[in-house]
Design a protein around this ligand. Structure first.
Ligand SMILES: [Zn+2]
Length: 335
């Protein structure tokens, strides 16, 4: 992880003026400051940001700033996408700041993402959706508290766009949970018009799961989804045990490592950005309209309990990223 950081720094040193070097040094110190949490082995925020910036700076992808924090202007939620639109692969990671394996795996396997896109598939990637919480090892952007009942909100909370659970006649909430939540979900709604999601991968971890990893499957092909099954195999091949059966702590049934139904056997409706991608209907300005309607939304959960090996979790998520061509074609073959 540090190798490419040094490489980038070396190139900058070699090609920029003394003035530019000074600016680079200042920027570097501000984004990889002393407050960055790195005790679990994660790359500091500035290192990740530099790596992801290669997508636009070296590979010519479009970059969009989704959100800039008013109290930390150096901190931004960013999205990258290929220049050609069309039915797309979406990759999200770092929704929760205490789940670092996904963003670090994407940084490690960035070339695999670029190579996959070169095969002609439109790609949208949001590799670090919650940079503020990542920096502090928080779960939510607004508080160190892990328990959402104590005021934390998720950057991926889409309830203000999703139909209510009873009759679906009104949005589930009156407004977005927070400013970055609003920015992120509005960005998704805007971009799915040109990059409709065929396959969505959302890389998470579960610090309360001591028994192994598991997968959520949503979308038009939620049940028995071959991408979900393949991701499960990849986790296992990386040494992550898979929770093959039983229930999550939310009462959902696990079938061969995959959860595709809620605790009552219905579609998963957790109000998350994953449900937003899968949604057939959304509410925009009080009016119901067609939602993103993704074919497959696969949420990867590696176990991140205290003592779980960080390198192994990153390796497992990296295996998922390296196998994008196979996962995409499995999804493509769905009826
Ligand atoms: Zn999570």
């Amino acid at each position: 992880m540090r190798t490419w950081f040094l490489l980038v720094s070396t190139v900058l040193l070699a090609t920029t003026s003394i003035t530019a070097f000074a600016e680079d040094a200042v920027a570097g110190s501000s984004v990889a400051g002393a407050t960055d949490y790195v005790a679990d082995g994660r790359a500091p925020l500035g290192e990740l940001a530099q790596r992801f910036a290669e997508l636009d700076q070296r590979h010519g992808w479009s970059v969009e700033t989704v959100y800039t924090y008013p109290d930390a202007p150096d901190l931004q939620i960013k999205a990258w996408h290929t220049r050609d639109p069309g039915p797309a692969l979406w990759v999200l990671s770092g929704i929760h700041g205490e789940e670092p394996a996904g963003p670090n795996a994407i940084a490690r396997e960035l070339e695999a993402v670029v190579a996959f896109a070169r095969s002609g598939v439109p790609v949208v990637i949001l590799p670090l959706c919650n940079p503020k919480a990542y920096r502090h090892n928080w779960r939510y952007p607004n508080t160190a508290e892990r328990d959402w009942k104590k005021g934390g909100y998720s950057v991926g909370d889409a309830e203000y766009l999703l139909p209510d659970l009873e009759q679906g006649l009104t949005p589930r909430d009156t407004q977005a949970a927070g400013p970055e939540t609003r920015a992120l979900t509005q960005f998704v709604l805007r971009l799915v018009e040109r990059y409709p999601p065929k396959l969505v991968l959302d890389l998470h971890e579960d610090e309360l799961s001591t028994e192994g990893g598991y997968i959520y499957s949503q979308g038009r092909h939620a049940d028995a989804n071959p991408v979900g099954a393949a991701v499960g195999e990849l986790l296992q091949a990386s040494g992550i045990p898979l929770r093959r059966s039983g229930q999550t702590r939310f009462g959902e049934t696990i079938v061969d490592g995959v959860i595709s139904r809620d605790d009552r056997g219905g579609p998963i409706r957790d109000g998350s950005i994953d449900e937003l991608f899968a949604a057939t209907d959304v509410f925009v300005d009080g009016r119901k309209r067609r939602g993103p309607t993704a074919e497959s939304v696969i949420v990867v959960e590696t176990p991140a309990f205290a003592g779980a090996r960080f390198d192994q979790r990153v390796a497992a998520q990296a295996a998922v990223v390296r196998n994008l061509p196979r996962l995409w074609s499995l999804n493509d073959a769905l009826p």
